[in-house]
Ligand binder design. Structure first.
Ligand SMILES: CSCCC(=O)C(=O)COP(=O)(O)O
Ligand SMILES: [Mg+2]
Length: 261
């Protein structure tokens, strides 16, 4: 495995989750099916609670935006929730969420609801977060050398903290200096990475971003970050052009700090 020496001026690692720290199969085969299987029951049980009301409100706002943008989806359904009886309203939210998940939307509204739903599953031990075996030793080494480590995922900050806080390796939250989600901006937009650099208090070129998605890598690169694209089993195939353009790693252990560390 070829080593890649990260630039000398690097102060921060910014890490994607799905396909980077964590197998895509964990998200697709465990986390997402949990939502589909428990959605109606969850909404019925929590419908009158403030947190659930806020989640539904956010979904409704997203649906209205989708309508304005002419995105094909059952959005009119959520927009009617206030006037309809509870059962119908719940059914409409279910339809909207299932549609968003079918097209793998990364909307903040969807991700917020998912994070709230996973809470019980993690806390009861029904689900435990999966992390590739090379991740913990690498982050431990980086931190020992004074580098900061942040997460940037489309999953809500709450969902991120559940995944790492209730992982198969125990509570890993101490590995991270902070978390970002789509509240800072979409991962495919450059501005989001500028916002993150500003929030952390460093220059974009002092950050190295690790992700499996080349659209995210491009957005980060356009903002001035250094990037490495992570290839893991089951990740999307890269084109020859992408393979030539990006630094590719298959394990965090390939990332060396300058001075051969
Ligand atoms: C961390 S929550 C579960 C993953 C998820 O919902 C998601 O959308 C992952 O996106 P990522 O940006 O980490 O690829
Ligand atoms: Mg990813």
């Amino acid at each position: 495995m070829a080593a890649f020496v990260i630039p000398d001026n690097t102060r921060v690692f910014l890490l994607d989750i799905e396909g980077t720290t964590t197998p895509i199969t964990f998200v697709k085969d465990i986390l997402f099916p949990y939502i589909r299987e428990n959605l109606e029951e969850y909404l019925t049980a929590h419908w009158e609670e403030d947190e659930c009301k806020q989640d539904v409100h956010l979904l409704k706002k997203q649906a209205e935006e989708d309508l304005r943008q002419n995105r094909a989806c059952p959005v009119h359904a959520v927009a009617q929730t206030v006037q309809t009886d509870e059962e119908k309203a719940i059914h409409e939210v279910v339809e909207n969420v299932i549609w968003q998940m079918a097209v793998d939307r990364k909307s903040t509204a969807l991700k917020q609801l998912q994070g709230h739903m996973w809470r019980a599953a993690y806390m009861t031990g029904k689900i435990r977060g999966q992390v590739y075996q090379d991740v913990i030793p690498a982050i431990t080494r980086w931190r020992r050398h004074g580098l900061k480590v942040y997460i940037y995922s489309s999953g809500s900050v709450e969902a991120q903290k559940l995944l790492f806080g209730f992982s198969v390796h125990g509570d890993l939250l101490d590995l991270f200096d902070g978390h970002f989600d789509t509240n800072i901006g979409a991962k495919v937009e450059s501005k989001s990475y500028e916002n993150i650099a500003e929030r952390i208090g460093c220059h974009p070129e002092e950050i190295i971003f690790l992700t499996d998605v080349t659209r995210e890598a491009k957005a980060a690169e356009d903002a001035g970050l250094n990037v490495a694209v992570v290839v893991r089993p089951g990740n999307m195939e890269l084109s020859e052009e992408e393979k030539n353009h990006y630094r590719i790693i298959t394990s965090f252990s390939q990332l060396e700090l300058s001075g051969g560390v």
